[in-house]
Design a protein around this ligand. Structure first.
Ligand code: 8YV
Length: 344
């Protein structure tokens, strides 16, 4: 009797040719149309699965894995993995993986684009023009803030933050950064960036970019009191996660001239965007697309597929997924892989 192959769930339509590589090893249950899966639907999809390829939309914690005894790996398509309860997965021996590195430069490009659009009011200017408001050229139309010669404050100096710092250097900006830990001198030097305390960075920066990973510890890190420490002429860009900014306080600061402008790619309740933000002209709003170049989105899916195949003990890297986030859980998978190699 033919041995049944492990079932793998793919939560969203990704790239068929890349996801198709899973079918060499697994019985693939792919989602054909973009779907908002309810927590119960995720539980159901995982129940008989050995692995899953998921995106930030799928929140997976203890309730979702409780009824899935055969689940061994979750491959997240994204560098951020705050949609996963990693301690719960680790405790259950489930390997979690993410997709770092492949999106670094694309995301840094976008962070810089959003910064420029925000400081120089590009989307606001286009809207104004399309509305037919450009009746006569005027010297004082849509005056913005310079990037060159200004001070950039980067909060979260991982790979993407460093990519933004290198770009800022080319623009003649002074770069301050704040991070959980200070970077080695060589990296600071290469990025042309100096370490600053959080409050100091807020007070000195003309432009602040948030690129730090989300965790409950940084929920609403940028709240009313943090915003009050910033210059009223400053701009704020968030390409990290929505929950890091108190959006009500931000909208209030933007509406009342306590902050010049903001550029947001991420939102606390996305895809919903607060009406207070939608009503403002001095905020650039994009729909979580910082990593969305075709080449990079393909590279992310490809890496996630590699991770899932390896984490489930198949392929040339069986038992050694390239980018695990909880290597502790790999021990369990390694045991399965060894047993499988031995024909158990
Ligand atoms: C992804 C992101 O598009 O990588 C991340 O953390 O926020 C985005 O680049 C998203 O995670 C897709 O799941």
């Amino acid at each position: 009797m033919a041995e049944s192959r492990p079932r793998v769930w793919v939560s969203q339509p990704l790239f068929d040719d890349l996801v198709g590589r899973l079918a060499v090893h697994f019985d693939v249950h792919a989602t054909d149309v973009v779907t908002e899966h309810s927590p119960a639907a995720i539980t159901e999809a995982l129940r008989d699965s050995a692995g899953a390829l998921v995106t930030l939309n799928e929140k997976i914690g203890a309730p979702q894995i409780a009824g899935a005894p055969g689940l061994r790996a979750i491959a997240n398509v994204g560098v951020g993995y705050n949609n996963l309860d990693v301690p719960a997965l680790t405790a259950a021996g489930i390997v979690a993986t993410n997709t770092p590195d492949v999106l670094t430069e694309t995301t840094a490009d976008f962070g810089f684009a959003l910064l420029m659009a925000t400081a120089r009011r590009i989307t606001e200017a286009e809207r104004w023009l399309r509305e037919g408001q450009w009746q006569q050229w005027s010297f004082s139309t849509l005056l913005g803030a310079d990037l060159h010669g200004s001070t950039l404050g980067i909060v979260g100096m991982g790979r993407i933050g460093q990519g933004i710092a290198r770009r800022a250097r080319g623009f003649g900006m002074r770069v301050l950064y704040h991070n959980r830990s200070r970077l080695p001198d060589t990296v600071e030097h290469e990025c042309g960036a100096s370490y600053a305390g959080f409050d100091d960075l807020l007070a000195q920066a003309d432009h602040v970019v948030l690129v730090l990973p989300y965790s409950p510890q940084v929920h609403h890190l940028v709240d009313a009191s943090a915003l009050a420490k910033m210059k009223s002429t400053a701009t704020l860009v968030n390409i990290a996660r929505g929950g890091i900014v108190d959006e009500v306080a931000l909208a209030d600061a933007l509406a009342n001239g306590r902050l010049a402008a903001a550029g947001l790619d991420v939102y606390e309740g996305e895809p919903a965007v607060r009406p207070e933000l939608l009503a403002l002209r001095n905020v650039v709003l994009t729909p979580h697309i910082a990593s969305a170049s075709l080449a990079t989105r393909r590279a992310m899916v490809s890496l996630a597929v590699d991770n899932l195949i390896a984490a489930l003990g198949e392929g040339p890297d069986a038992g050694r997924p390239p980018t695990p986030v909880n290597p502790d859980a790999l021990a369990a998978t390694a045991g399965i892989t060894i047993a499988k190699r031995q024909g158990a």
